[in-house]
Every structure is written in C-alpha cells, then in structure tokens.
Design a protein around this ligand. Structure first.
Ligand code: PLP
Length: 395
C-alpha cells in the first residue's frame, strides 16, 4: 500500500550500530565512539543568547518562506567575503538544514528519468534524495589510489544529454577529501561542454587542514548561473540541532526551491534563524577554534593508524572524517567467522573492542570504515589503538 517512491528508500545502515551502542552503554560498557557526524563543541554563546532573546521577544511566528531578510543578507555577505561570490538576498533560501535544502533543490530540478551524477563513495543521503525526487542516480566512482578525489575524465564519461544535475561535495563526507583548484578547474572545464546543473554541497567549507583552499563551482563564470551552492551552520557553528541550512542559486531555481519549501514547511524555525544570524555575525573565530581541535585529533588519528599493516589511510584533508581502506574486511575472518565486509568488521569492532564507527558500506565503500574525529583527543587515541589491534586480528 505504500508508494513506490518510499519502497526504494533504504533504512539507515548506521541504525543497527547506534542501537547496539545504546544497549552496551546501558549495560555499563564504556564505548569509544567515532561514529558521530557532528561537532562535539557546544553552539557558540552568542548563538544561544540570540535564541533565548528571540523567544523572550516573541519572535516565534512564521517567517518569510525563504527566511528572514537579515539572515539572507548576512549569507550574501558571507558568500562575498569567503567565496568572492555575488548574490542578492532574493537568491538565498534558508531551510531546515542543508539536507532539507538539498532535497528541495533536487525536487526543483529533477524530473522522473533525469540522471543525477553522484560521486561514490559519498554521503548516504544523496542517492536517497535523488530517488525521492524521481531521478536516476549515476555513480561516479572515486578510487583509494586517487585519495578519493573525483576525476574530471571519469565525470566526462558519465555525462549524457539526460544528466540534469552533478552533485559535488568538498570537503567530503565520508572521505575527508578536499578538491584542489586544479581538480575543480578540470571539472568546470568538462561542465563547459555539458548543460547540467551543479549541486555543490559546501557544508564542511571551513573544516580544511594544512592551508587547503576551498573552491566553489559557482566561482566559474559559466557555472554560476547553473550552480546551487548549499551550505549551513550545522558543522561550521556547531548548530546541528538548530536545523538551519541555506542555498544561493540562480533566481529561477531559488524561486522554485522557495515555492516547494513554502508548501512543505512554510519556513525554517524563526528562533533558529535568529540564532544562525548571530553565528554568522560572529565571523570565523568559532569555526577556526573548532578546526584547530579537529586538526589536532586528525593528527592523532593519522599517527595511530597511518602505518598499520593491512590498512591504507591518507591524511584527511578536511571535514572531521578519516576513511581508512581495509581490504581484508572483504575476505578475512576473525575467530573463524568471515567478516564479509565493513559492516561485519564494524560489529566485531564494537562487540570485542567497544569502538563505534560507521561501515563504509553505508557510503557504498564496503572495504572502508568512517571514523569521526569530532570527539575528544583521548577517545580518538584510544579508539584508534583499538582499531589497529582489531585489524591485526583479521586473517
Ligand atoms: C555532506 C553533508 N551534507 C549535508 C549534511 C546535512 O547538514 P544539515 O545538518 O545542515 O542538514 C551533512 C550532515 O551530516 C553532511 O555530512
């Protein structure tokens, strides 16, 4: 009786792990958790104060569907300051998180049968959102040997007249990869020859290490009028629960996204919009403080796992994820039991070593695991030591 739309969706593969973690914790077991995809920092004080003030001042009604003007204007200024991009406030739509904006963007652009190119591995919601919009997903594989960087020649081979959207995500969840300017140049060059939209998920923009620069597809003049820049405050201002994301888009696309949003949610939460405004007004100090923490933990992670036999790990370039490749998970066994893939390894790691990670299978990389270093230095070090011991046991 349910729609074919929903029958195609998959249940989150991480749910089983989360449930097991809860069960073990209830039994008093200490879990070294590297599964969580959100900053462990609190929201900045000015964000909290603005939220409280909004409530006290009764700023608790519906807002304009695209978001309050002050917030959209602050986003315009952020895009100018950080990315050199020129937009008007009318081209900005604020939604309930970047995920919601991605969903609305795909609903606005994709007709049944349209193809959407999605890098592989990539964030698990991308294919699901494309399917919800009725589109066909075409996966663009990236390789361990290339450090999971998307290659322009791979993209070019997959583009067809049916390609409606190309999704990009730099810095990347789950691989921690940051696209270089040369790589973006090559991709932008390919896209010169194909009339597809670019849905550029830049939610981890600030979380980059070792002086890597952030390059947005919208910076290429021939792409700006067909790029939707998606960003938000979840990762940059530790505001995941406030649910505020936004996009900057060509006017007709922004209007379409706004129309969809006005029918589905009316607007994003008024209180959260005021809080997000305070976050953006705070500038880059808070994200920089978090990046310093993440870089230190990234280094701990790499120190512990960079040279483990049977594992290949590139030093993460951005976001707060390490994505080690452990090929023996596919063929190996522990205690006489075959692991089969990263899901098997993840359960074994949790049961025996009390370390929680996300199996790469969730991102279509069954021979990898995703480690989030958005947790304390101590947990990162201990969890990584245990992962190394667990990998040594695979035979
Ligand atoms: C790549 C990527 N895009 C978007 C999101 C969603 O962010 P938001 O909290 O703004 O919906 C996430 C959250 O994990 C993510 O990893």
């Amino acid at each position: 009786m349910l729609s074919s739309r929903v029958s195609r969706l998959t249940i989150s593969q991480t749910l089983a792990i989360v449930e097991k973690v809860r069960e073990l914790q209830k039994q008093g077991v200490t879990i070294y958790d590297m599964s969580v995809g959100e900053p462990d920092h609190p929201s900045p004080p000015e964000v909290k104060a603005a939220g409280i003030q909004a409530i006290n001042e009764n700023f608790t009604r519906y807002t304009a569907a695209a978001g309050i003007v002050e917030l959209r204007q602050a986003i315009v200024e952020k895009l100018k300051r950080d990315n050199g991009l020129e937009y008007t406030a009318k081209q900005i739509v604020v939604g309930n998180g970047a995920k919601h904006i991605l969903a609305s963007s795909l609903l606005a652009l994709v007709d049944p049968g349209d193809e959407v190119i999605v890098p592989e591995p990539s964030w698990l919601s991308y294919p699901e959102l494309v399917w919800l919009a009725g589109g066909e997903v075409v996966f663009a594989p990236t390789k361990v040997e290339d450090g999971f960087h998307l290659r322009a020649d791979v993209l070019e081979r997959l583009l067809t007249p049916r390609t409606k959207v190309v999704m990009l995500n730099s810095p990347c969840n789950p691989t921690g990869t940051v696209m270089t300017r040369a790589e973006m140049d090559a991709i932008a060059d390919v896209l010169k020859r194909h009339r597809a939209y670019v849905l550029s998920d830049e939610i981890y923009e600030y979380l980059r290490f070792d002086g890597r620069e952030h390059v947005s597809a919208a910076q290429y003049p021939w792409l700006q009028d067909r790029t939707i820049v998606v960003n938000g405050v979840s990762k940059s201002y530790a505001m995941t629960g406030w649910r505020i994301g936004y996009c900057a888009a060509p006017q007709d696309v922004a209007d379409a996204i706004c129309k969809i949003q006005s029918q589905m949610t009316s607007s994003a939460c008024s209180i959260s919009q005021k809080a997000a405004l305070a976050g953006l007004k705070g500038g880059l100090a808070y994200p920089q403080m978090m990046v310093d923490d993440f870089r230190r933990r990234r280094d701990i992670c790499y120190e512990e796992l960079g040279n483990v036999p049977g594992m290949h790990l590139d030093r993460p370039e951005g976001a707060f994820y390490a994505f080690p490749h452990i090929p023996s998970m596919l063929t190996g066994s522990v205690d006489g039991k075959p692991l089969k893939d990263s899901t098997g390894f993840t359960h074994y790691l949790l049961d025996k070593y009390h370390v929680a990670v996300v199996p790469g299978s969730a991102f279509r990389a069954p021979d990898c695991i995703r480690l989030s270093f958005a947790t304390s230095d101590e947990i990162v070090r201990e969890a990584c030591k245990r992962i190394a011991a667990a990998v040594a046991e695979i035979n």
